[in-house]
Design a protein around this ligand. Structure first.
Ligand SMILES: [Zn+2]
Length: 54
């Protein structure tokens, strides 16, 4: 798999891969990880919340 979380591909994403983490509410952080919450929704979270349970 390509390194979709690093380098150039990030710049094609909305806001260049950065945003506000829905879990820790850190702003302008890179949202690199897809997780699924209790309701089956896909969320983009930062690295700090990657392993966190919601
Ligand atoms: Zn976070």
């Amino acid at each position: 798999m390509a390194k979709s979380n690093r380098g150039k591909p990030l710049w094609k994403m909305q806001s260049r891969g950065r945003g506000t983490c829905p879990i820790c509410n850190a702003t302008r952080i890179k949202l690199l990880y897809d997780i699924v919450n209790n309701e089956g929704e896909n969320l983009k979270v930062c690295k700090r919340c990657q392993k966190q349970k919601i």
